[in-house]
Design a protein around this ligand. Structure first.
Ligand code: NOJ
Ligand code: CA
Length: 700
């Protein structure tokens, strides 16, 4: 009898189970403002509650239980990731006329806001979502806690124990001699006035108590809090206000999260247009540490579809935008959100809105549907914040819901939507045709406004007759030329899925890794088993399916920032940003007297963490500095450079040396080796000695 049980157990182990992971690019995100979605538990509505839903600044009752009850509704739209507005415990007081219904005024990062539920409800939500093949992304706010001068005055709790508030903290604050920042748990440097450089990172925005993330307690506290969500089973985070935090600290923070799970983390860098100012440029160039919300393209999509904008201009702008991203398919795209007016409150042009939804679902990047996008939700009371946050109305039978559902299903089937490139086939003021290809899978998208039009264009799709997935319009292709009659004010999507012989990688999650991290590869034709090669090392395989591989990042000896990954050395090559070991956040300081030059200074170092150029800020106290993420216990050197971020950097032929620590003052002399670093040399000498003795004995 016992034997039967053992055999049955072994058989269960052999059945290929569902993976714990999803490839983010294949999915669609649904964004929820928790308070405004659905009230599943009336007992947590008070205080500051408005049952009539007329005062936009009070709580309206939505909670985690409400989301659990609406999971089947969400599933019916075809979405796979549910992004919640922040749910950590917020202050228990009003600030002026506003309650913290939005969740952005945290006081305890280790607890859940009582208006929304508790850890148990949250875990239940994660579990129920998982049963339906969906997962939860939470908003996390590591830049600041809550208002300094009102409400609870920046009060901060560690799982119920009060740690500080803004004024108590100010009494303990000291001046950092290298950066000139007055700080303890919080920064006490006043409000940001100039949106660049050190000031943008170390002063407060909207009067919110700004964290000093380099303080070891703050650093640990934020990571421990993040970990609570990871342990509860989230699949990602939306990180608030990344523009106001040091990129080096974020890299450290993300590396910590990625060391736990292969998550999707995307940041909010708030700026409506892509600009070549140094900070934004760095964030996008280094968007390799994590994707960002595509805020700079949203305005263009709305003005082109909601008003009379040109498709040709939109296409050109999008190509420039994507050219700045390491992985364009990981951009997180949206039309509506809780900070900007909804499309339909700016323009009532519904056909344009449907086309905009279609573009959102087919452009490179992961689409976000803001709650109510599927049924034209708008407030009659106003446009922007807070009127872009009305109470949800549930209707999944609309034309918008049909477009979302149809294209969400297509994203799962046709990999060109998740991993494909992006090429224009035809563009004019009123018409745009683009194609996306991934190996032998292809998509052609046709947009046409104003009047019906006969179109003809070159395409990579094989000859034949195609029917668009949304309206059934026909397109015929002969000798590589596509022709169709494009109806007015419609978006058409044509799909082709051919067979792929060779493995092809489409996505790497995450693409900032350290040895031991789990990494997901998404793609096609991986087969049943095989090898993943990272640099020149074979990685340990944790899971292998035809369209997804999970492997463990090996330890690699290298100085550069990027390492190549391939499947069996037969597939295409993708790059991964490599971090060489356990990371610590560090303040890197260059003494002003070591550098006799003007202009923007940069460093480039001889370890992977410092291998990409890093800009330095100049302090009032005569130093250059930057926050970086370093491997523990490593001596390194850096070279100094000068120049604008978009120019070729000019070497200054100055080498400085450092050793990892929380503050590293770079010096002009190398560090002597430590005792343990001599061991390999001693062992080598002993082995050599033994060989020589053996040889001399043999000769005798
Ligand atoms: C951006 C968020 O999206 C917004 O709603 C919030 O008020 C600010 N960051 C401050 O946290
Ligand atoms: Ca800050």
């Amino acid at each position: 009898m016992k034997k039967i049980w053992i055999v049955a157990f072994m058989l269960i182990l052999l059945i290929p189970g569902a993976s714990a992971y999803q490839i983010p690019e294949k999915g669609v995100i649904y964004q929820i403002m928790v308070d405004r979605f659905y009230d599943g538990n009336q007992s947590n509505d008070q205080p500051f509650y408005d049952p009539n839903h007329t005062d936009y600044y009070l709580y309206w009752g939505g909670d985690l239980q409400g989301i659990i009850e609406k999971l089947d509704y969400l599933k019916s739209l075809g979405v796979s990731m549910i992004w919640l507005s922040p749910i950590n415990d917020n202050i228990n007081r009003m600030v002026g006329i506003s309650a913290p219904y939005h969740g952005y005024w945290t006081r305890d990062y280790k607890r859940i806001e009582e208006h929304f539920g508790n850890w148990k409800t949250f875990e239940h939500l994660v579990e129920e979502a998982k049963k339906r093949d969906m997962c939860i992304v939470v908003g996390f706010v590591p830049n600041h806690s809550n208002p300094e001068n009102d409400g609870e005055f920046g009060s901060l709790y560690d799982n119920g124990t009060k740690i500080t508030d803004f004024f108590r903290d100010e009494k303990n604050a000291t001046l950092n001699p290298y950066t000139g920042s007055l700080e303890y748990i919080y920064h006490h440097n006043g409000e940001v006035k100039n949106y660049y450089g050190w000031e943008m990172k170390s002063k407060s925005i909207f009067g919110l108590a700004d964290f000093n993330q380099l303080d070891p307690w703050v650093n640990d506290y934020l990571k421990e809090s993040l970990d609570l969500f990871i342990k509860a089973g989230v699949c990602g985070f939306r990180i608030d206000a990344v523009k106001h935090m040091d990129l080096g600290w974020l890299m450290n923070f993300y590396a910590y999260a990625y060391s736990k799970e292969p998550l999707l983390i995307y940041g909010e860098y708030y700026r409506l247009e892509y600009g070549e100012d140094a900070d934004m440029y760095d964030f996008y160039r280094y968007s390799n540490i994590s994707p960002l919300l595509s805020i700079p393209i949203r305005e263009r999509i709305v003005s082109t579809l909601g008003f009379g904008g040109s498709f040709e201009d939109l296409a050109n702008y999008l190509h420039i935008y994507y050219s700045h991203l390491v992985y364009p398919n990981k951009a997180v795209n949206f039309i509506d959100n809780h900070d900007l007016p909804r499309f339909l409150s700016e323009s009532r042009y519904k056909e344009g809105y449907h086309m905009a939804l279609g573009i959102l679902m087919t452009l490179p990047g992961i689409p976000v549907i803001y709650y109510g996008d599927e049924d034209y939700l708008v407030s009659k009371d106003g446009k922007g914040d807070p009127y872009n946050r009305p109470m949800m109305v549930f209707d999944n039978t609309t034309e918008a819901a049909r477009i979302i559902r149809t294209l969400a299903e297509l994203r799962k089937k046709n990999d060109a939507l998740a991993y494909g490139d992006f090429k224009d086939l035809y563009k004019s003021y009123t018409t745009w045709v683009f194609e996306r290809s991934f190996g032998n899978e292809k998509i052609v998208v046709v947009l046409n406004k104003r009047e019906e039009k006969n179109l003809s264009f070159d395409t990579d799709l094989p000859d034949g007759t195609y029917r668009d997935v949304l309206y059934g319009v026909e397109m015929s292709i002969k000798n590589g030329k596509g022709t169709l009659k494009a109806p007015r004010n419609r978006i058409l999507v044509f799909s082709y899925i051919g067979k792929q012989e060779k493995p092809l990688i489409g996505s790497v999650t995450p693409y900032l890794t350290q040895p031991g991290d789990k990494v997901l590869l998404g793609g096609v034709a991986f087969g049943k088993r095989g090898k993943v090669i990272v640099g020149n090392k074979e990685a340990k395989i944790l899971e292998w399916k035809n369209n997804m591989i999970v492997f463990e990042m090996p330890k690699i000896k290298m100085r550069g920032a990027w390492v190549n990954v391939t499947v069996e050395n037969r597939s295409n090559v993708m790059k991964i940003r490599y971090l060489s070991g356990d990371q610590i956040p560090a303040l890197l300081v260059v003494n002003g007297s070591d550098v006799n030059t003007t202009g923007q200074l940069w460093i480039k170092g001889n370890i992977p963490e410092l291998a990409e150029p890093i800009p330095l800020y100049k302090s009032q106290t005569g130093y250059y500095f930057q926050i970086v993420s370093l491997p523990k216990n490593v001596a390194f050197s850096v070279e100094l450079y000068r120049g604008a971020p978009w120019d070729e950097l000019e070497p200054l032929n100055i080498t400085l040396y450092g050793k990892s620590n929380s503050t590293v003052i770079l010096r002009s002399k190398p560090y002597p080796r430590e005792n343990h670093e001599y061991w390999p040399i001693y062992i080598g000498m002993i082995v050599l000695g033994l060989i020589l003795i053996t040889l001399s004995f043999k000769r005798r």
